[in-house]
Design a protein around this ligand. Sequence first.
Ligand SMILES: [Zn+2]
Ligand SMILES: [Zn+2]
Length: 289
Amino acid sequence: MNTPWLISLHGGHSGEFCDHAEGTLESVLSAAADAGFALYGVSEHAPRSAENLVYPEESAQGWTTDTLAEKFAAYGPEVRRLQDLFAGRLTVLRGFETEAAPSTWPAEMEALREKHDFDFIVGSVHHVNDIAIDWNLEMLELAADSCGGLEALALRYYDLVAEVVQTLEPEVVGHLDLIRKLAGPLGPVDTLPIRERVSQVLELVAETDGILDLNVSPVRRGHGPPYCAPWILAAARRLGIPFCFGDDSHGPDDVGAGIAEGRRYLLDHGIDSITTPDLRGGRRVISLR
Ligand SMILES: [Zn+2]
Ligand SMILES: [Zn+2]
């Protein structure tokens, strides 16, 4: 039996295509089917196309940008095969999670979307000035230094998110306040100027009919409440922007982790439905009650 609100639009990273994930994509989708998911959106990371964006853990085992490109080229057909394989048991949406680096990203992301004819994309930003902001504190500090401080980094981060939203019009906007993941020791990332910038981003999300990723990975990783923080939920709600869950799974064991907490979190903040794209290019609204 499926649970109607058990839906994730951001996740399905697997060890098959991603160095920092576990298991095969088929094992991830089996876990989703077994857990009673109604719909599971798979959004593997887009390949990073500049050598300075290859993570140290990837380089250490000889991976290059070519390795990342080859893995993604194999991902496209495999997720399509699995969409067919699971049909009738689990609705699978085929997608990918964007990067906003290097500077050639808009053309690269558009090309990936067209080449594999994906059902949807998750528009995410993980790098500012080509430095990862969610990998470790040392890199976050480098990114902040490159911008002239943490607040300037956060403003630049949200500017990049705005660019992704305007340029790619993603169906789902990934973990909007990811900048807070590791920022704690460095200072606040919800100052008045930052909140004003986030409001501008939200207006663009509303204009482009985007869905915000209620990304529950902080629940399992011990990084506080889900993305988005309560002040963003309230602002999004005022603009009528819908949400949908993302378990951001990086292996079968993560599938569904934190979604029950995410449901409670939305309900506690006055949001009683989620919205998902469907396979026919439309959208469905599902009650959380
Ligand atoms: Zn990942
Ligand atoms: Zn991400």
